[in-house]
Design a protein around this ligand. Structure first.
Ligand code: APR
Length: 230
């Protein structure tokens, strides 16, 4: 089967009711990144950071995957699909995608603050002050904050390098290294971009830009993909 690699961002979850970060009414309009999503924020006010992610976890649990997530899951019957997502929700998995790399971590995992290899599932919506790892330190959300390394980038880049088809959906392409993933994709590989806005692209060669929301845009991509079967 041909290898299909997808880079997804907040826009694919927008139709499920999860706000994006940088659109009007987006999450970063209501919060300052440096107050809730940096190592410094965690040092200054753990309760505020935990609350911020508890609210987002509650929201993610209250919504359902949308047609966009479903189409990507359905493509597994015809392609070898890898989804590299910047999203910390679990809507790709809940729609049925079986190979999802979470570049920026997951809302549904906590991590030790003394040993980064100690990662635990979070059941329900709340991670509290006083919740500790087996070594006795406070647990933090297993999210990649601004200013932190992106440990899964190398793995994601290897899939991008090997891709036969590449799809980008619902990301403004302004946050690196994630936005640089497309640079790893071979030149001749067909690339589709689905976004109703104007994401940042340095290079428009061989790119089909579908300026639509994820549900209808991915339906069009699916039709185009017939050409690449066989
Ligand atoms: N379908 C597809 N795309 C959409 C939709 C939709 N229904 N609605 C909005 N979009 C597009 C916007 O036009 C924009 O290009 O989704 C993109 C969302 O961009 P951002 O809000 O910047 O989200 P994202 O690119 O995922 O952010 C990257 O930044 O804050 C950090 O760590 C966070 O992973 C996140 C990273």
């Amino acid at each position: 089967m041909k290898k299909l690699v997808v880079l997804s961002g907040a826009g694919i979850s927008a139709e499920s009711g999860i706000p994006t970060f940088r659109d009007a009414g987006g999450l970063w309009e209501g919060y300052r990144v440096e107050d809730v999503a940096t190592p410094d924020a965690w040092r200054k006010d753990r309760a505020l950071v935990l609350d911020f992610y508890n609210e987002r976890r509650k929201k993610a649990l209250s919504v359902e995957p949308n047609r966009g997530h479903e189409i990507l899951a359905e493509l597994e019957s015809r392609f070898d699909v890898t989804i590299v997502t910047q999203n910390v929700d679990n809507l790709h998995e809940r729609a049925g995608s079986s190979h999802v790399i979470h570049l920026h971590g997951s809302l549904f995992e906590s991590r030790s603050t003394v040993d980064e290899n100690l990662v635990y599932p979070i059941k329900g919506w709340e991670l509290k002050l006083g919740d500790k790892c087996e070594k006795g330190s406070q647990l933090r959300p297993n999210i990649v904050w601004f200013g932190e390394m992106v440990p899964k980038m190398e793995e994601a880049a290897a899939y991008a390098q090997d891709a036969d088809i590449f799809i980008v959906v619902g990301t403004s392409m302004v946050v690196y290294p994630a936005a640089g993933l497309i640079e790893y994709v071979r030149r001749e590989v067909p690339k589709f971009i689905v976004d109703p806005g104007s994401p940042e692209f340095r290079d428009a060669r061989d790119i089909v830009f579908i300026r639509e929301k994820a549900s209808t845009g991915l339906e069009k991509v699916r039709e185009e993909l017939h050409k690449f079967l066989g």
